[in-house]
Design a protein around this ligand. Structure first.
Ligand code: NAI
Length: 333
């Protein structure tokens, strides 16, 4: 069976890591019918929008997308196409498994935690306006609907994967109402899963504890902005942004993308590490039922890492993006 998948190369290092990932996927034996769609900064320059309707329409029709990062200008310019995509497709749960990999230099070994981030509301929505010159307001909207569905997702995920504990991360000591509602919803869902331990932790203390000893955590559940920040922090615990995969999941559609952004500092040089997106594509393979192909890619990655090379510069090597894809393909067996 051939899988219809929407392919969004994005911009910056996006097209480079997407090309490497597609090469690996094509070599697994699984069959794909790619619907490639343009979006992002370059599309914006040509057509005046970074996220044309055809991207959302394609993803709605295929139900699955593999996506490279898209740049969002800082302090002005157009609003984030990444946020618009997640909202437009109701991809309410962002899933980011953070695991130590063998023979990868990092601060810790044996880290195995999962960040689950509410993906559609909260302060990250960027709902802002000028109240008066010199005064701006940014709205943090939290609903029980969105908080309950992401909590339900987290507990169902934990149950299906045999995870033992969920920690809800918050700042409800200060944002008593908004984060308070998020916590109330998490507690309500937790009561339906007595077999899974549930606790809560304030976000600033969580950052310190993650850096001191990440092994105490299992599944971390949080609202959008905390999830954005903690995802990068967690990536730093296991070797960096070049390695950590992600998925945005809704009821009707799922978009698979790495945690990292468009990395303008290395874009166009063939130096980006494609492992984060290749590992995101393993999550995609699991999602579409190609578990054997997913395991094959995962095994090939581990073998390649154990061999010590090739490695891109972020991992201390000199290899190029496509060298990583080729080395994985050689080991698919
Ligand atoms: P970034 O994640 O693009 O880069 C941060 C640092 O990590 C840079 O030094 C970069 O070179 C490095 N890095 C990232 N991915 C790498 C990879 N695969 N291999 C090797 N090194 C890698 O974050 P930054 O610089 O804050 O954001 C750049 C742009 O990306 C911004 O416009 C931001 O809005 C956008 N962005 C998009 C995301 C998405 O499309 N989902 C997610 C995060 C940021």
């Amino acid at each position: 069976m051939s899988h219809k998948v929407t392919l969004v190369p994005g911009d910056g290092i996006g097209p480079e890591v997407v090309r490497a990932t597609v090469a690996v996927l094509e070599a697994t034996g699984a069959k794909f019918e790619w619907q490639e769609v343009e979006a992002g900064a370059d599309f914006m320059l040509k057509h005046g929008t970074p996220l044309p309707d055809h991207v959302l329409n394609s993803a709605r029709s295929t139900g699955v997308a593999l996506k490279g990062p898209m740049t969002t200008p800082i302090g002005g310019g157009y609003t984030s196409p990444n946020v618009a995509l997640r909202k437009g497709l109701e991809l309410y749960a962002c899933l980011r498994p953070v695991r130590s990999l063998p023979a990868v230099e990092s601060r810790y070994s044996d880290v195995d935690l999962v960040v689950i981030r509410e993906n559609t509301e909260g302060l990250y929505s960027g709902i802002e306006h000028l109240v008066h010159p010199g005064v701006v307001e940014s709205l943090k909207v939290v609903t029980d609907h969105a908080s309950l569905r992401v909590s339900r997702f987290a507990f169902e995920y934990a149950k299906a994967r045999g995870r033992r504990k969920i920690t809800a991360i918050h700042k409800a000591n200060i944002m008593k109402m908004s984060d308070g509602l998020f916590l109330e919803c998490s507690r309500q869902v937790a009561r339906d899963y007595p077999e899974i331990e549930y606790d809560e932790m304030i976000v600033d203390a969580t950052c310190m504890k993650l850096v001191m000893d990440p092994h105490q955590f299992d599944v971390l559940l949080m609202e959008n902005l905390y999830g954005d920040i903690l995802s990068d922090l967690c990536a730093g615990l296991v070797g960096g942004l070049g390695l950590v995969p992600g998925a945005n999941i809704g009821d009707d559609c799922a978009v698979f993308e790495a945690v990292h952004g468009s990395a303008p500092d290395i874009a166009g040089k063939g130096l980006a590490n494609p492992l984060a997106l290749i590992r995101s594509s393993c999550l995609m393979l699991d999602h579409i039922g190609e578990t054997e192909a997913s395991e094959k890619v995962d095994r090939a990655i581990i073998q390649m890492l154990r061999a010590g090379e090739p490695r891109t510069p972020d991992m201390g090597g000199t290899a190029r993006t496509m060298d990583i894809a080729d080395a994985i393909i050689q080991r698919l067996g």
